[in-house]
Design a protein around this ligand. Structure first.
Ligand code: GLA
Length: 386
């Protein structure tokens, strides 16, 4: 049995509450090196699973009840298989949304007990929600023996987010959580779903996350607005270029021709996405060549695009990126994930991390009144039994 304290805890709580030995599963959070807001535009992304996971303990019941306990929120919820429904803003959505998706696929689901706890910081842009969905989907699939393939579990998790949490997310987070591989990033083509593992060898450098501790409350509504804006841009281009299916197929000159004269805001949004898709492919080549200087510069360019054109950053994220820009030990930095809070991703020389944090944390607190939480990232494996 896994000796990690968090696994022991969910298992113990489960056994004390309901008796018996639960099935234990885990699914990790994720980072993304580059390729932000490209997944739902059928572009590429370059994520990796992190070494922090969400853990679930599950067991079957003899009746049709679903009993849930979330240790992190010290909360519980009880319903039945027939009565599950979304509850705005509640943690239960990420679990019951998955149950609903299995039901839609026509599998026979009985009652079950579930205890959940996690070490992926909540609302930090590390996809704790995808980790919950994927851990739940994987665990229930094992528990009931449905044999749904992993490739399908990621769509079940994504649809749970769409239909129960109301966020029309792309596929990156769920894919990275399920298919992550230790020491590697995943170069995923979100159109064909072809992917390749790329070794993430940073030599003397490390990936440092700086958590703004700003919870992204705007993120779900604005996220859906960004999606609509991208679709509006595609429609305008399609009037002259009917073969175009998504921003993946569009060039900046086409945007200048078809969108800029009609809608400057939509133009800026789409231009960011088109440039980011191109930047990602070059960045991936930089990583494979070991050219971290070039890769780092692209991170800064991505941040500028996200902040000024796509407008999903916030003052705290901008403060952190601007504060490291002149630091020789930092090769690149940018906001990561959906935006409006969460973390910046920094490529920093390992021996300079302590000094950087010691200098930045008080400056950040003075500027924002918030604590700065540093997290050095290790790339871990995707979803598994725990
Ligand atoms: C969130 C979504 C992902 C992706 C990122 C932005 O994390 O869940 O699908 O769109 O934002 O890159």
């Amino acid at each position: 049995m896994n000796s990690s304290p968090i696994v022991r805890k969910v298992s113990q709580v489960f056994s004390e509450q309901w008796g018996g030995t639960p099935l234990l599963a885990r699914s990790p959070g994720r980072i993304n090196i580059i390729g932000e807001h490209t997944d739902y535009n059928e572009g590429f992304v370059l994520p990796a699973a992190i070494d922090k996971s969400v853990y679930v303990a599950v067991g079957k019941r003899d009746d049709d009840r679903i009993e849930l306990r979330a240790l992190e929120f010290n909360d519980r919820y009880s319903t039945t298989v027939a009565e599950i429904a979304p509850r705005p803003g509640q943690w239960t959505n990420y679990i019951l949304g998955v149950v609903a998706q299995f039901q839609k696929r026509g599998v026979e689901i009985g009652g079950f007990n579930l205890v959940i706890d996690g070490e992926v910081p909540f609302g930090a842009g590390l996809s704790s929600s995808a980790a919950v969905e994927c851990a739940t989907a994987f665990a229930l699939n094992e528990l009931f023996g449905w044999n749904v393939p992993r490739e399908e579990l990621i769509y079940i998790a994504q649809k749970a987010e769409h239909e129960y949490a109301g966020v029309l997310c792309g596929i990156m987070d769920q894919f990275a959580s399920v298919f992550g591989k230790s020491g590697h990033v995943v170069r995923l083509d979100c159109r064909s779903m072809d992917y390749r593992y790329v070794p993430c060898d940073l030599g003397d450098y490390k990936l440092l996350l700086l958590n703004t501790n700003v919870k992204h409350s705007l993120s779900s509504s604005e996220y859906n607005v960004r999606r609509q804006q991208c679709e509006a841009g595609v429609s305008m281009v399609q009037e002259r270029y009917p073969d175009v299916k998504s921003l993946r197929d569009v060039t900046v000159p086409q945007l200048q021709e078809c969108v800029e004269p009609r809608d400057e805001l939509i133009f800026r949004r789409c231009k960011y996405v088109v440039e980011e898709s191109e930047r990602l492919l070059e960045a991936c080549a930089d990583l494979e060549r070991g050219d971290l200087v070039e890769l780092g510069m692209k991170l800064y360019r991505t941040h500028r695009g996200l902040s000024e054109e796509y407008e999903v950053s916030c003052t705290e994220l901008d403060f952190l990126v601007n504060s490291v820009r002149e630091n020789d030990a930092v090769l690149g930095a940018r906001m990561m994930g959906g935006g409006f809070g969460g973390c910046t991703l920094n490529i920093v020389r390992a021996d300079a991390i302590d000094a950087l944090v010691a200098e930045l944390a008080p400056a950040y607190h003075a500027a924002t009144g918030l604590e700065l939480t540093p997290i050095v990232v290790t790339i871990g494996d995707g979803t598994s039994l725990a």
